[in-house]
Design a protein around this ligand. Structure first.
Ligand code: 4AD
Ligand code: MG
Length: 477
């Protein structure tokens, strides 16, 4: 008989029909009640067995973590919290699990401990919910852009460019690193390397995305990106997934509108399609918040926070206005910021972004027109000569979730800027071609996928929303 998924069984009307179910045992009580889970939902299916008809040998093997198959009759459940249960006619152990050795005991484990056993944490309620939500969000991203007529482009993972110009790249080589070939000047001779030049893992697919946008008008990428920045924080990964739309004939306003619409679309999609998981995560967060002192608890539950983002337009503010707000804030005057805000031109730290969003505006904020010195070379220069048409979207509890800009489409201005900051034009000649042939105002942004998942799941550490996190000094599994 075909196996049914527990998610579907739980919404079936019980009419004494015979069904087969397979899954992993979460708990086994009184030699009678198995709580079975197959990952299709956070809810377990209760399988009731008659221990008089099951050999002692089999009963002993129904342990937490074991894979089992049950065939039986679907009946209304008398127990609390479930509408149906299975009265088993036969039960079979598919894969044993030694209860003594199984690391996941049926009790509450800390997230830190679960991170160490990330190969098993998928089987917990929390991570089950997190990764089902992650899956939905990824699907929603594709659905959104597909409905908008965007082309999905696969940009390379190995590349020779540094799209952000920040030098945070992982090198890719197949040299014997203890003994690489040298040229006559004693430098490493990359001409002899696999690609005949120095290469690295991509930090962003944007530059290649721009090439495609100059033909298809509207494109997006959704792929892994890599940054060798030594930031050991709850918001940084060395390997993360980024969504990068790029739009021809598009200015900063259009870009902001698109980003806002997209974020609201995918959040709404998750709320509608992962209601139970998000309710579970919302409760989880409330429990966690109870451990904190009253004044540090968030004013809204996770569900309220998500709904709030859908109901409110994001606040649009210039960098210059933001600096004024921060400089004049009591927080700054009382020296509560680790980095005090004294002058125009400083880069904003996560604490400043979160102050603006959580304390001042109390809603998502789009910050625009940053000083050119703290932004990438490709951003469009504003008339004032000091700022560029950049936009960062800041979210409560997260800080920066999106970074984007209108691009500098004027060849001369772009070349001059590259020269100023020492980016050799020869290396990006192909990129400059977009400005030579049919250049036009265009714009795009990058959404850090894990930061989005953090926001929607209410988890607090980015290591808990990607299956196998890569961070400084950590590359397990
Ligand atoms: O602001 P970033 O560096 O922008 C770019 O890479 C542009 N090329 C995007 C574009 O315009 N097409 O990164 C974009 C987003 C950030 O806002 C953040 O959400 C996420 O990527 N991000 C990270 N997420 C996790 N770990 C890291 N180390 C991240 N660095 C950036
Ligand atoms: Mg950024």
């Amino acid at each position: 008989m075909a196996r049914l998924r527990i998610k579907d069984i739980l919404t079936t009307t019980p009419e004494n029909q015979q069904i087969t179910v397979k899954g992993w045992v979460r708990t086994f009580r009184n030699n009678s009640f198995i709580a079975l889970n197959d990952g299709s939902t956070n809810n377990n299916l209760q399988v009731v067995i008659d221990f008089n008809n099951v050999p002692e040998e089999t009963l002993k093997r129904i342990t937490t973590g074991a894979a089992v198959q049950a065939t039986g009759i679907l009946i209304p459940s008398l127990g609390k919290g479930q509408s149906v249960e299975v009265k088993a006619e036969s039960i079979e152990i598919i894969g044993d699990s030694d209860a003594e050795k199984y690391p996941l005991q049926p009790k509450k484990h800390s997230l830190e401990f679960l991170r160490e056993i990330a190969h098993l944490r998928f089987r917990t309620n929390t991570f089950g919910a997190v990764f089902r939500v992650r899956n939905s969000l990824a699907f929603a991203v594709h659905k959104f852009f597909n409905e908008k007529g965007f082309l999905y482009i696969h940009t390379p993972i190995i590349t020779s460019n540094d799209a952000e110009g920040a030098g945070e790249m992982f090198h890719v080589t197949n040299f014997d690193i203890a003994n690489p070939p040298k040229d006559e000047n004693g430098n490493v001779d990359y001409k002899q390397d696999f690609f005949g030049k120095a290469t690295n893992l991509t930090v962003s697919g944007q530059l290649e995305g721009e090439l495609a946008a100059m033909a298809f008008s509207d494109i997006y990428t959704f792929g892994p990106t890599f940054r060798a920045e030594n930031s050991n924080t709850a918001r940084h990964l060395a390997e993360f997934w980024m969504i990068e739309p790029e739009m021809a004939f598009c200015d900063l306003q259009d870009n902001m509108n698109m980003a806002e619409e997209m974020l609201q679309y995918v959040i709404r999609y998750a709320l509608e399609n992962n209601k139970e998981d998000i309710e579970f995560l919302s409760q989880r967060l409330e429990e966690e918040e109870k451990q904190k002192p009253q004044n540090e608890r968030s004013e809204m539950t996770l569900l309220q926070k998500l709904q709030f983002c859908l109901d409110n337009k994001f606040e649009r503010v210039t960098y210059t206005q933001a600096i004024e707000i921060l400089r004049e804030s009591n927080h700054n005057k009382k020296k509560k910021f680790q980095y005090l805000v004294n002058e125009w031109g400083v880069d904003l730290q996560s604490e400043h972004e979160r102050y603006l969003v959580e304390k001042h505006f109390k809603k998502p904020v789009i910050l625009i027109d940053y000083p050119k010195e703290i932004k990438a070379f490709y951003m469009r220069q504003n008339e004032d000569g000091k700022t560029v048409a950049a936009m960062d979207i800041l979210f409560p509890g997260i800080g920066e979730i999106v970074g984007g800009s209108q691009r500098e489409e004027r060849l001369e201005k772009l070349e001059t800027r590259m020269k100023e900051i020492g980016i050799p034009a020869e290396e990006l000649d192909w990129y400059l071609d977009t400005r030579r042939f049919g250049s036009n105002p265009h714009a795009g942004f990058g959404l850090g996928f894990e930061r989005l998942v953090l926001f929607v799941t209410g988890m607090t550490n980015i290591r808990d929303v990607i299956p196998f996190p890569r961070t400084p000094k950590n590359c397990e599994f």
